[in-house]
Design a protein around this ligand. Structure first.
Ligand code: ABT
Ligand code: MG
Length: 155
């Protein structure tokens, strides 16, 4: 029971076209796994313009919006769902700040990025955004059920 409560939170994480092209998928999955988070869904997907528009709806009208859509649809994206205790904020900590140059070393963006418009990876910014984004990118049957594996070495 306690274990169910600890691991129930989920977040949507996506390695953007720059991260995929730079062969960072394995490195990034490794960092999330080593932290103790659990991968419950993943796929390589070329996002449609429509999916990108829905994903970045909050930025509609901003000066960088069209360029952002061009970028995110420019190549394959590695979409993932991760599960774990406070996984939304934990994932954001592993990812770092929006601007890779301001992001500390030992974060993904701090270690691998230079430019805010090529910041390698996305992570949901709240539990609510996480639910919305997981529903947007994944069908229900593409995510494994909670509690299928027991994480007794972590919780
Ligand atoms: P995402 O994980 O992509 O949502 O990034 P994050 O939440 O850290 O930052 P936000 B503010 O959501 O940025 C979304 C994308 O827009 C890009 N961007 C943002 C710019 O290019 N210029 C800007 O001035 C701002 C604020 C960065 C993010 N993605 N990329 N690529
Ligand atoms: Mg964001």
């Amino acid at each position: 029971k306690e274990q169910e409560e600890n691991t129930a939170e989920r977040t949507f994480v996506a390695i953007k076209p720059d991260g995929v092209q730079r062969k960072l998928i394995g490195e990034i999955i490794g960092r999330f796994e080593k932290k103790g988070l659990k991968l419950v869904g993943c796929k390589l997907i070329q996002p449609s313009r429509k999916l990108a528009e829905k994903h970045y709806a909050e930025h509609k009208g901003k000066p960088f919006y069209e360029g952002l859509l061009d970028f995110i649809t420019s190549g394959p994206v590695f979409a993932m769902v991760w599960e774990g205790k406070e996984v939304v904020s934990t994932a954001r900590s592993l990812i770092g700040l929006t601007d890779p140059l301001k992001s500390p070393m030992n974060t993904i963006r701090g270690d691998f990025g230079i430019c805010v418009g090529r910041n390698i990876i996305h992570g949901s910014d709240s539990v609510e955004s996480g639910k919305r984004e997981i529903n947007l990118w994944f069908a229900k049957n593409e995510i494994v059920k909670s509690g299928v594996t027991i994480e007794k070495w972590i919780y």
